[in-house]
Write a protein that binds this ligand. Sequence first.
Ligand code: B12
Length: 215
Amino acid sequence: MSEKILKGLREAVWYFDEDEVKRLSEEAVEAGLDPVEVLEEGLAKALREVGNRFESGEAFITELIASAQAMEVGAEILNREIAKRGVTRRSVGKFLIGTVEGDIHSIGKNIVKTMLTAAGFEVIDLGTDVKSGEIVEKVKELKPDILGLSSLMTTTMSKQKEVIDELKKAGLREDIKVIVGGAPVTQAWVEEIGADACGLDAGSAVKKSLKLMEA
Ligand code: B12
């Protein structure tokens, strides 16, 4: 049954059928399926495929947007279930997350946020297209243990470096761990910009953040 639901969800995202995404996401929750697996193997996988088709010129931007909207309908339902399953855990640390300036991609960040919450972090979300200066101000004000910076585009990755440089200038870098994420991010980039870690998917984001809390 699990594979049938996952396949149905992938097809519904491809054909931007929001009603079907909603119905199958609810069915997955009712059937007790792992919401993280449904998110990653159903919804996210399908959206990445639409992304690949867009990249190779086989899909239009309008299709991409419609598929992303369909995915978000399901992600909301599954994120709620992930959060519900994690409510009994204690707070392991304060995590500030946001997508850097110039970048409006939110889906991956939101999944990471939900999974961190489920893992016991207190997560504060600054949203998307957040100016470096604003992020540094929030670090000063909220004193989080970890700062997570999302960037989905090669053209906005440099903002992750800018934030780290501004944290240094403000004398705040030593007090906080910085984890970066988003499709173009690599370990080499982490080293280049002086971040502490990167998360290539939501699972590794959680694992590495828990590890950073021990360091
Ligand atoms: C969906 C999507 C959109 C949606 C976004 C909807 C939304 N609310 O987020 C819409 C249609 C609006 C959009 C717009 C644009 N997009 Co777009 N988009 C995508 C697409 C297809 C999928 C992204 C996604 O949501 N993936 C699913 C999630 C689950 O995966 P993820 O984002 O990678 O997140 C995971 C990890 O990266 C990691 N992670 C993410 N964030 C973080 C943060 C931390 C702290 C950590 C630890 C981990 C982590 O964990 C996540 C969960 O597993 C990608 C293609 C791709 N292959 O990635 C293009 C893509 C990112 N977009 C691209 C572009 C160019 C654009 C536009 C400029 C298009 C245009 N010409 O108008 C605009 C950008 C506007 C802007 N200023 O930001 C390019 C970027 C190219 C580049 N320069 O690098 C891509 C790669 C497509 C392409 N190949 O051309 N896009």
